[in-house]
Ligand binder design. Structure first.
Ligand code: UFG
Length: 326
């Protein structure tokens, strides 16, 4: 069975490609390398193409006999989406619409979508169940919300079958050391601390120590990228076996504050994290935790790597390896 992985040279896309190949799927990685990296190609067939151009998607879907699509390709920086919403709406929506359009033309009905906890906005309760009202407040989250609406309508009208996976805080790196996070610029907490310790960032800032949490810093639900990747494989298998569309959270149900992450990182690396204090980033909420019951029930999903020590250790190994090779 041939699967197209759009954005397969990105952080989560590459880890998922690795898992798909392990499970015996034939993978075509579709990427334009605007943010994807050649270093993150792990196998399968490469199709260099651009989701902004339907012709290149058509070529990939028809010539490769694709039967299902996993869609990771997206701009992901919340802060940038505030500053330049046009870029986000244009890119994230048009690429998704193009991909879905060509899929329907080609008769490809199975779709796994990279959504985000950002669709919930400021939560009314934690952990957040999938039934929680959707109220995204940044343009990045809005684009994920809109695509979720589109795929619901396409299911009703055209029989598309999808699983939309709402990621909480993806973190960590391939336990075998072949893959990891390579964002440029990097904005996420754990890599920012590690890159600072490796001398690759001049300073590390805590954004906000005045949140209504136990230590004043924001609490997030960190989920290991390999566990995320496995959830995609399970979603694909589920769609192929008993096609039913679903929205599913991917998180651990457990949270760590920024200060707790700093303490754990100091324990693991043996280095002191000297931070500066800065105001909150626009749109950062105090606490975001996933209810994971639905993923366990519907997908039979289990967490193998998502304890916080493994997350930080695997990320540390990856960033040290990258620092040596650059
Ligand atoms: N933080 C710092 N310093 C940094 C980076 C982050 O203090 O250098 C703080 C943030 O303010 C936040 C926490 O660490 O409180 C986590 O920040 P991340 O940037 O790692 O992650 P976010 O929770 O902001 O964002 C993640 C995903 C988004 C998604 C969002 C929605 O990266 O794509 O969750 O849940 F939209």
């Amino acid at each position: 069975m041939k699967i197209l992985v759009a954005g397969g040279a990105g952080y989560i896309g590459s880890h998922t490609t690795k898992e798909l190949i392990k499970e015996g799927f034939e993978v075509v990685v579709f990427d334009n390398f605007s943010t994807g990296k050649k270093e993150l190609l792990v196998g399968g067939e490469l199709f260099e193409g651009d989701l902004m151009h339907k012709e290149s998607i058509k070529k990939a879907l028809w010539s490769k006999n694709i039967e299902a699509v996993l869609h990771f390709a997206s701009l992901i920086q919340v802060g940038e989406s505030y500053a330049d919403p046009r870029k986000y709406y244009t890119h994230n929506l048009i690429t998704s619409l193009n991909l879905l359009d060509v899929m329907l033309e080609a008769g490809v009905k199975y779709f796994v979508f990279s959504s985000s906890a950002a669709v919930y906005g400021e939560p009314l309760q934690n952990p957040i169940p999938e039934s929680h009202p959707l109220n995204p407040f940044n343009p990045y989250g809005q684009t994920k919300f809109f695509v979720e609406k589109v795929i619901q309508d396409y299911e009703r009208a055209y029989g598309l079958k999808f699983i939309s996976l709402r990621y909480f805080n993806a973190a960590g790196a391939d336990p075998e050391g072949h893959l990891g996070e390579l964002h440029d610029p990097e904005t996420h907490l754990i890599p920012n601390i590690l890159l600072f310790l490796l001398g690759k960032k001049r300073k590390f800032e805590i954004f906000g120590k005045d949140f209504p949490t136990k230590d004043g810093t924001a609490v997030r639900d960190y989920i290991h990228v390999t566990d995320l990747a496995k959830a995609h494989v399970l979603s694909l298998k589920k769609l192929l076996k008993s096609p039913q569309s679903e929205f599913i959270n991917l998180g651990t149900n457990k949270g760590y504050s920024v200060l707790e992450i700093i303490n754990k990182t100091e324990e693991i690396t043996g280095e002191k994290v000297l931070y500066t204090e800065s105001p909150r980033r626009e749109g950062d909420v105090p606490v975001l935790l996933a209810s994971k019951e639905k993923a366990e029930k519907i997908l039979g999903w289990k967490l193998y790597h998502s304890n916080i020590e493994t997350i930080i250790e695997t990320a540390w190994n990856w960033h040290r390896k990258c620092a040596k090779s650059m």
